[in-house]
Design a protein around this ligand. Structure first.
Ligand SMILES: Nc1ncnc2c1ncn2[C@@H]1O[C@H](COP(=O)(O)OP(=O)(O)OP(=O)(O)O)[C@@H](O)[C@H]1O
Length: 595
């Protein structure tokens, strides 16, 4: 019972955000025109109409069961006139209404599905990206695996299954209720075959016992499928992710001769898919043996149960037809759980995946809040300062200690130190994305800061967008983009602004770094942090790029991380990371400055 309560709570947690959303929206209702309203109003209205149609369809089915009784009586009595009249005045009319309602129901359901998906996808993407949760999920080791699958696939399948299951349950309940009444009345005079025992609603009880038994057995047999389906999705996503990663690093893998190792790795991942698939097949075989046997028996069972009354002349052929039909309806709705078992198993897996993703996002947020914060405040006189800062690894080990470090606007500083001494981590803390540690980072007020890492992120798409990133691709006119590319020694790319490409794969690392420099030239930040951002260039080119940055961005304060001694010429100040007696690195000014 607790498990059911928990499952319903999990489902509800995913459902409610859409139906309380106050997001403004517009809807066009033909022929009335366009209305401005809130998203939740549209969502609720669609749900109400779709459910109303479902109820109407059940009512039509009840009406048709009476048609069936009268029609079969007409057949038994060889009453041709009634036969044809009933067909055209009752059946055709209701059948046409039924078909029209089914079409509308499908259309409205699809409309609800895409609107809901748009909302939920945005909701998850926002939460995943806000406060850099996507990055912190990795740092904290709280990452729910394959967030891409959860956002792209699971949201849609959650919505689709929620719709179909809700409608299925509602239609089952109403069908059950209305046909139980019909069946109760029809079997009011029935006695237990071979006896005089009169049990009120005898056939309703029969259908109930029969279906509960079948449902219970199906539950017993099908239960392991829930876990197996969950695992399958997980293994498939892992396999897909490995393939995507290989595509991303194709060149590196080819160069290092890693194809054999990759085959091995992919083979292992795929072996998980196969192994679990066999387990699903084996379990589904058992379930199918039961459910298919059950559905075969279902075709005849209602007639078998009603036949004694027909042969005893207690009911007419029409009565038998209607009673058997009603029994079948009651039984089939009661056993809705039976046929929907694998859907429910899949549904549970999808709900679990979305909820674990949601929970991981919440945990990251909570951890983020609980961590001793690195406070960020405004510094005076446009300077940037770090005070009493201690940076730690996610494990809690301290790596960098900064009692006091100040950068004045206009100065050019170079941060050097051994590999692994925490230079990049210090930059991350200044950029505000490193959450482990405590202290204060004072930032120049109303000043823009840009940080260029060693390997820049280059989005897939037209080159124009890749250069303008993170600004919109139309944020700069083509003339400026071309000029920036030319200045950054990428003249060969100026004619390719409209070209779509996977630039991170086609451009060399040095070209990617110069593309990032072009970004800086366009963005004209007040402060520019270069974290080995030109390390892939030869010394001559690196020198030239530094000179050009100085010429084109004279008002920009540059702070660099770099290992090459040639860089010292471009920085008036040098800070070196030195290990103290505890092994923690501390940045110290190096007095011997090369001008
Ligand atoms: N996400 C992380 N999880 C755990 N440890 C990390 C993480 N990021 C960095 N570290 C560790 O923190 C230490 C400092 O790393 P950092 O990249 O800041 O060094 P660095 O001085 O910039 O090195 P390099 O000169 O080689 O670029 C390293 O030991 C590194 O392994």
């Amino acid at each position: 019972m607790n498990a059911l309560k928990q499952a319903l709570a999990d489902i509800w947690r995913l459902i409610w955000p859409y139906f309380v959303s106050r997001e403004p929206t517009e809807v066009r209702i033909w022929p009335f025109g366009t209305f401005r309203t809130q998203e939740r109003v549209v969502g609720l209205a669609l749900v109400i109409v779709v459910i109303a149609i479902e109820f109407a369809q059940v009512a039509i089915n009840v009406r048709l069961s009476y048609f069936s009784r009268d029609w079969f009586n007409a057949i038994q009595n060889k009453d041709a006139a009634s036969f044809w009249t009933l067909l055209f005045t009752v059946f055709v009319v209701w059948a046409v209404i039924y078909i029209a309602s089914a079409i509308y129901q499908y259309a409205l359901q699809s409309y609800l599905r895409i609107r809901w998906r748009r909302f939920l996808t945005r909701h998850f993407i926002d939460r995943w990206l806000d406060d850099n949760a996507h990055y912190h999920m990795q740092l904290f080791g709280q990452g729910a695996d394959n967030p891409d699958q959860r956002i792209q696939e699971d949201i849609d399948s959650f919505i689709m299954r929620t719709q179909s299951l809700t409608l299925g349950i509602l239609s089952s309940v109403t069908t059950l209720f209305s046909f139980s009444v019909v069946l109760w009345e029809l079997s009011a005079d029935f006695t237990v075959p071979g006896t005089d025992w009169r049990i009120p609603g005898f056939l309703v009880w029969g259908a109930l016992i029969y279906s509960v038994l079948a449902t219970w057995l199906t539950h017993k047999i099908g239960r392991p499928l829930i876990r197996l389906n969950f695992e399958q999705q997980h293994y498939e996503a892992d396999f897909r992710f490995s393939l995507a990663r290989l595509r991303e690093y194709a060149e590196q893998v080819a160069l290092i001769g890693g194809t054999g190792a990759e085959k091995e790795r992919l083979g292992q991942r795929f072996a998980n898919v196969i192994g679990n698939f066999y387990a699903i097949v084996s379990r589904t075989k058992k379930l199918t043996a039961f459910t298919s046997g059950y559905s075969q028996v279902n075709a005849v069972i209602p007639y078998v149960l009603v036949a004694p009354y027909y042969f005893a002349n207690k009911i007419t052929l029409g009565g038998m037809q209607q009673t058997a039909g009603a029994f079948a309806r009651v039984e089939s709705t009661l056993s809705f759980f039976v046929s929907a078992y694998s859907t429910i198993a899949d549904y549970k897996a999808v709900v679990d995946r979305l909820n674990t993703f949601d929970a991981a996002l919440n945990r990251v947020l909570a951890l983020h809040r609980r961590e001793p914060r690195i406070l960020r405040a405004a510094a005076e006189q446009g300077r940037l300062a770090v005070e009493d800062l201690e940076l730690r690894l996610p494990s809690g080990t301290p790596i960098v200690r900064v009692p006091h470090l100040r950068f004045e606007p206009g100065e050019a500083a170079l941060l050097t130190g051994p590999s692994g001494s925490g230079k990049s981590t210090l930059f991350r803390a200044i950029a505000g994305i490193w959450p482990f540690g405590e202290g204060r980072v004072l930032l120049p007020e109303d000043r823009s800061v840009l940080l260029l890492p060693q390997r820049p992120y280059i989005p897939i798409g037209p080159l124009r967008g890749a250069v303008a990133y993170p600004a919109a691709s139309d944020a700069f006119d083509d003339g400026r983009i071309r000029e920036a590319l030319g200045t950054a020694h990428l003249r060969h790319l100026v004619g390719r602004l409209d070209e779509e490409g996977h630039w991170a794969q086609t451009l060399s690392l040095g070209e990617q770094q110069r593309l990032a420099v072009a970004r800086a030239l366009l963005a004209r930040p007040d402060w520019l942090f270069l974290d080995e951002a030109t390390a892939a260039l030869d010394e001559g080119l690196e020198e030239m790029i530094y000179r050009l940055i100085g010429e084109h961005l004279p008002a920009t304060t540059v702070v660099s991380i770099g290992h090459r001694s040639t860089l010292r010429a471009f920085h008036g100040r040098r800070i070196d990371m030195e290990a103290d007696e505890t092994g923690v690195f501390v940045p110290r000014d190096v007095k011997a400055v090369v001008a």
